[in-house]
Design a protein. Structure first.
Length: 57
């Protein structure tokens, strides 16, 4: 389980770094779409995290 979490964290950091480098080169419409998707994904991740915590209690 710990290896999986470490792998997910490493993948997230690498993905964030690549995104930060590529993001300024995109047009405004694409940037808005990415930001909108980011908000949706963050909401889903928070919900999943809450469900996991509830399940573990």
């Amino acid at each position: 389980m710990a290896k999986m979490i470490k792998g997910l964290a490493a993948g997230a950091m690498i993905g964030a770094a690549v995104g930060i480098m590529a993001f300024p080169q995109l047009d405004r419409r694409t940037q808005r779409g990415i930001k909108k998707t980011k908000r949706k994904v963050m909401g889903m991740a928070e919900g999943a995290y809450g469900n996991i915590l509830d399940y573990m209690k």
